[in-house]
Design a protein around this ligand. Structure first.
Ligand SMILES: [Fe+2]
Length: 321
């Protein structure tokens, strides 16, 4: 049994109008809208729900709203769902409605598993010419006016008991640890083969439970930049980025999210197999981001926030000082 990634997430929030505007600008497609909830999807059918905090049946959050209330993980078949059922039975908060089985993880989060509703997507992505490989021939690289996230790639939570929460995901869902901040954080992937992390569990300096961020996978670096500049033009606030994580190698851009904590555009994370040996790191700013732009790039000037807008046709239009 292998979990295939995130199939659906549900935020609990109160200001649905702002969340509607935010996730539409973020590049999700609105599928359904009622007084009580919004349902969006990514390009591959991964669902993002934003529900009013008082919605009947909505699992409790690990912190006050707005926050993530539920994560639904994907399996490939009914037989794999049965295998999950056996592993999760007896866990605290066990639920089974036939289509979805789940429980409450040791951090208090509602975890569910279902046969995936995501669909395979074929997308044209930028190819990078390097010194040793030149795959892009007679073709310019793309530029994006805005992003359209492919899927929800990972979720990151502040946890109180790192060891117990890690053990739950290993034992009950088959996750493996990719890299560690010993005693402070575990990057975990759903299966031995896959992207660097689907879940990151983190103990903050002042311990608390909560959501840190939800990350959306986009096609390539150019979409991270184009998407981030669009969000900037729409008036949303950058937390940090664009930048690059040394752990996972991913390129990122984080924004403040009205549905809770932060959201991230990211791309180009490391792909791992069972041959990968987890590494230990000491937390620090340069381990989190090799480099990053604080405040982001202004989508109008297309320069660092608070930098002067460009003028003239070329940089060389400026008179020599
Ligand atoms: Fe992330």
């Amino acid at each position: 049994m292998h979990i295939q990634g995130i199939d659906e997430i549900t935020f609990g929030a109160s200001d649905l109008a702002t969340c509607r505007r935010f996730f539409t600008d973020w590049g999700l497609t609105l599928l359904d809208e009622t007084q009580q909830q919004l349902v969006f999807e990514t390009l591959n059918g991964c669902r993002v729900r934003v529900a009013h905090g008082d919605t009947p049946g909505l699992p409790p959050g690990v912190e006050p709203d707005p926050t993530l209330r539920e994560v639904v993980w994907a399996v490939g078949s009914a037989a794999e769902l049965d295998a999950c059922r056996e592993r999760l039975r007896g866990q605290p908060g066990y639920v089974d409605d036939g289509q979805r089985v789940g429980c409450t993880d040791p951090n208090g989060l509602a975890v569910r598993v279902q046969v995936t509703r995501k669909r395979p997507v074929q997308l044209e992505c930028a190819r990078t010419n390097t010194w040793s490989e030149r795959p892009r021939v007679n073709r310019p690289a793309p530029a994006y006016e805005r992003a359209q996230p492919v899927e929800v790639g990972h979720v990151v939570f502040f946890v109180l008991d790192l060891a117990a929460t890690t053990a739950f995901y290993e034992r009950c869902l088959g996750f493996v640890v990719s890299d560690r901040y010993p005693g402070r954080g575990h990057f975990m992937r759903c299966a031995p083969e896959g992207g660097h992390h689907d879940l990151f569990l983190l103990v903050p300096p002042i311990p608390r439970k909560g959501l840190n961020h939800v990350a959306f996978t986009v096609r390539d670096l150019h979409e991270v930049i184009g998407g981030g500049m669009h969000m900037s033009r729409c008036g949303w606030t950058t937390e940090l980025g664009p930048g690059r994580h040394p752990i996972s190698s991913a390129l990122f851009w984080y924004f403040e999210n009205p549905a809770g904590a932060l959201v991230e555009y990211y791309t180009d994370e490391d792909e791992l197999t069972a041959d990968w040996t987890p590494r230990d790191f000491t937390p620090g700013p340069t381990v989190f981001a090799e480099w990053a732009i604080k405040g982001g790039i202004d989508g109008h000037t297309r320069r660092q926030v608070n930098a002067e807008a460009p003028s003239g046709r070329f940089m060389t239009d400026k008179p020599k000082a």
